[in-house]
Design a protein around this ligand. Structure first.
Ligand code: TLP
Length: 346
């Protein structure tokens, strides 16, 4: 039997419709803005996020970096959650590439940051300090159990940001999952953001690519930054074609992934040696705590792999399982049995 791969929703394979669209894509040189398929994708991304324009980039990491480099200059400071992907998993690219200073604020369990803590992190105008320029929100919040962040929070953050001269960027790698979970639109969730990035290559199932969406001046600058980072690709319509299918056909099925995550979590909550906080299973991620008396999470990951289910350890006592296309409820039941057996093997 093939393994059930719950390491990430990045492992999704392009659908048949994507493969057909890729093969048939009309392409051109995108650095000259001559790829009609990329243009269509960018226009669609701008529409769906309610921003003036969009830019197709290689990855979520590149999208976030491009935005940070557009918002901040060398020596400027950005405020972000201590569990955020940008802080945790992107090699400190903003510092390495852009000379941008990080100022972390604790992420609350729901993926937000306390607004008073954000306000307190803003630097006064003083020769000793870097200049605070940007605040970043992640939605859904990966290391906070995939929690969706609602529009109300964004509104309050925007007010604070405006008062303090900060721009707001949303790392919306999984913003379509957030919209599905909150039964709202992506546009609503990013109305109060100056820039948003989202990924086609996670739950939406495309093989590669992310979009940066913002106003026209920002996107013009982002296009320059993308080029200097080596991200000016040429006939990328072959990838954009899959992205268009992702936006047309895959976003409405994300609720299925969420239902599968819940089904898995409910089964795991009953297994000995494992614990899951069911209230925190809101999208397609299930964080599972492994009873440390049985052994480390890394050992559990190995034992589970032997039983045909792949997950990541996200801490010494914790693993993450991510649901995605085309996994089914039946796969969740099979995975849950393997989890219980692996916990028994420890
Ligand atoms: N996240 C990956 C790993 O890097 C951890 C995953 O498997 O979840 N923002 C967020 C919130 C992300 O979760 C990720 C990828 C990115 C940005 C980066 O996207 P890519 O991998 O396209 O550079």
């Amino acid at each position: 039997m093939t393994a059930i791969d719950l390491r990430s929703d990045t492992v999704t394979q392009p659908t048949e419709a994507m493969r057909r669209a890729m093969a048939a894509a009309e392409v051109g040189d995108d650095v000259f803005k001559e790829d009609p398929t990329v243009r269509r994708l960018e226009e669609k991304a701008a529409r769906v996020t309610g921003k003036q324009e969009a830019l197709f980039v290689c990855s979520g990491t590149m999208a976030n970096l491009v935005c940070q480099l557009c918002h901040c200059g060398r020596g400027d400071e950005m405020i972000l959650g201590d569990q955020s992907h940008v802080f945790y998993y992107e090699q400190g690219g903003s510092a390495a590439v852009g000379g941008i200073h990080h100022r972390t604020v604790p992420n609350l369990p729901d993926g937000t940051m306390d607004l008073e803590a954000v306000a307190a992190a803003v630097r006064p105008d003083d020769v000793h300090f870097p200049r605070s320029r940007l605040v970043i929100v992640e939605n859904t919040h990966n290391r906070c159990s995939g929690m969706p962040v609602d529009a109300g929070y964004m509104g309050r953050l925007k007010e604070l940001a405006e008062k303090n001269g900060l721009a707001v960027h949303v790392d919306g790698a999984r913003i379509f999952n957030a919209a599905a979970a909150l039964e709202t639109t992506v546009e609503e969730l990013v109305r109060d953001a100056d820039s948003v990035s989202f990924c086609l290559s996670k739950g939406l199932g495309a093989p590669a690519g992310s979009l940066v969406c913002a106003d026209s001046d920002f996107i013009a600058e982002a296009r320059r930054v993308r080029k200097v980072l080596g991200g000016g690709m040429r006939q990328t319509g072959v990838l954009a074609a899959a992205g268009l299918v992702a936006l047309e056909e895959m976003k409405d099925r994300l609720a299925e992934d969420h239902a599968n995550a819940r089904r898995l979590a409910e089964a795991l909550a009953k297994a000995e040696g494992l614990s899951v906080d069911l209230e925190r299973v809101r999208t397609n991620m299930v964080y599972v705590n492994i009873d440390p008396r049985r052994g480390p999470a890394s050992r559990f990951v190995e034992l589970l792999a032997k039983r045909g289910v792949l997950v990541f350890a996200t801490g010494a006592e914790q693993i993450r399982a991510v649901t995605h296309h085309p996994l089914t409820g039946g796969d969740m039941d099979r995975a849950a049995r393997a989890f219980a057996a692996a916990a028994g093997d420890m």
